[in-house]
Design a protein around this ligand. Structure first.
Ligand code: C5P
Length: 220
């Protein structure tokens, strides 16, 4: 049986991580959060005291970057060396530098190779892979290719609800800044040819998961 590969791209706050994880759980598939790998690398760069704006220093640190990213959607975890960084990669100090690190072409080539190995080695009947360039660069031949979008307003209000400690305006400006920086590197706001757009603006969580599952079923 051939493995089903589901590629999901989308901007920050589109719900792609939680929706992709839920879809993978429903299907008994593996799940790969590629943003978590960029975040784990950023955590490692900060921990090593390397200047994230120094692309040459970031590139030379790649050889020592040893991380494990779980693909079980239920027991999901991320480790750098022996340290569990599943929660700390979500800290604002990591979010603040991740785009800087992810825009370095050598970084992208390095982690893209790792993502392709993980997809190839997955033992599950399928894998849901989510990020910014999965439908276009990492797995352009995926069985199902989805762009998960929502209006900026909807994305901002979801993010502010998640991060209750920050004010809505801080969340909005951080989100816009990150989307702007990220979209200079890869276009995840428009669907590439053959990619199905799922707009979650007026859908609740379960409806969005169902819409994604429908695309997967019709693509198989
Ligand atoms: O998805 P998440 O918001 O956790 O991603 C964190 C960051 O990782 C993004 O802001 C982007 O800079 C980078 N990223 C990327 N390509 C991917 C996934 C994430 O550049 N495929």
């Amino acid at each position: 049986m051939t493995k089903t590969v589901v590629a999901v791209d989308g901007p920050a706050g589109s719900g792609k991580s939680s929706v992709s994880k839920a879809a993978a759980t429903r299907l008994g598939f593996d799940y790969l959060d590629t943003g978590a790998a960029y975040r784990a690398l950023s955590w490692y760069i900060l921990d090593a005291g390397i200047d994230s704006a120094d692309a040459a220093a970031v590139v030379s640190s790649l050889g020592g970057f040893d991380y494990t990213i779980g693909t079980d959607p239920i027991g999901y975890h991320v480790r750098v060396g022996q340290t569990d960084v599943t929660d700390s990669i979500r800290e604002p100090r990591v979010t603040a530098v991740v785009s800087n690190i992810a825009r370095v072409p050598e970084v992208r080539a390095h982690v893209t190779g790792i993502f392709r190995d993980i997809i190839r080695d997955s033992m599950a009947p399928g894998i849901v892979v989510e990020g910014r360039d999965i439908t276009t660069v990492v797995a352009p031949d995926a069985t199902a290719r989805i762009l998960l979008t929502a209006t900026e307003e909807a994305r901002m209000s979801r993010r502010s609800a998640e991060l209750a400690s920050e004010s809505a305006s801080e969340v909005a400006s951080a989100l816009q800044k990150r989307d702007r920086a990220d979209s200079r590197v890869v276009d995840f706001m428009t669907a590439a040819p053959g990619v199905t757009t799922v707009d979650s603006t007026t859908l609740n969580f379960d409806e969005t998961v169902d819409a994604v599952l429908d695309v997967i079923r019709t693509s198989q």
